[in-house]
Design a protein around this ligand. Structure first.
Ligand code: AP5
Length: 193
């Protein structure tokens, strides 16, 4: 598969269960983009028992957002590192308007402005089906039904407004995320060519 040479600074946007992590991982494997996912980084901290992990635990378990300053510090360290220098896909960041403003400044400082935001659109029924299936298979603590509900509310209240802000800065493209994993990947690559 040919490598995407342009548009290598991306945000994958969408509600919990929309497939951000799945698609970002494919873009890492197939396109060499750094997959930057605060959720994964936090889960690693939790597993390692770090102070950051201990602090984040109750926020994550209840589906609340971890404070902005903690997240921004973590992402800053990652984007400044070598692994992101050839392009990145942000999965689950930014999630608040404050994070978006910090990201904008950080990328300006790094001389690597965002190229595009891709929104994965998936009907609510499908989101719920995917997350409850994962709850059965992987027992992720925040995939319990009451926490899923809260994560979706947080997305609606705190994260959706980010899209309007980002839309003032870069092109926003909506992709049907309800198709199969490979079909969605194909749509993303078409958008990125
Ligand atoms: P995070 O890990 O980012 O969770 P999320 O955004 O809720 O996203 P998910 O991982 O549930 O969904 P996804 O869209 O990545 O879909 P996935 O590919 O996994 O965040 C967890 C927590 O960390 C937050 O609640 C918060 O506490 C904290 N946090 C993280 N970022 C933060 C930030 N910026 N600020 C503050 N706090 C933050 O797919 C879901 C399921 O569907 C999988 O089982 C997958 O196999 C399946 N699937 C994927 N694609 C398809 C498809 N096309 N067809 C069928 N099934 C599919």
């Amino acid at each position: 598969m040919s490598r995407v040479e342009r548009r290598r600074h991306l945000v994958l946007f969408g509600p919990p269960g929309s497939g951000k992590g799945t698609q970002a991982e494919l873009l890492r494997e197939r396109q060499g983009l750094d997959h930057v996912a605060p959720g994964d980084m936090l889960r690693q901290h939790l597993a390692d028992g770090t102070e950051l992990g201990k602090m984040a635990k109750s926020y994550m378990a209840s589906g609340r957002l971890v404070p902005d300053d903690v997240i921004v510090r973590m992402i800053k360290g990652r984007l400044e590192g070598e692994s992101s220098s050839d392009g990145f896909v942000l999965d689950g960041f930014p999630r608040t308007v404050a994070q978006t403003k910090d990201l904008q400044q950080l990328l300006a400082d790094l001389g690597r402005p965002l190229d595009m935001v891709i929104v994965l659109e998936v009907p609510m029924k499908e989101l719920l089906a995917r997350l409850s299936l994962r709850a059965d298979q992987q027992h992720r603590e925040d995939d319990r039904p009451e926490v899923i509900k809260h994560r979706l509310e947080v997305y609606h209240e705190q994260t959706e407004p980010v899209l309007e802000f980002l839309g003032e800065l870069v092109p926003v493209v909506v992709v049907d995320g309800s198709a199969s994993v490979e079909e969605v990947n194909h749509s993303l690559l078409k958008v990125l060519q």
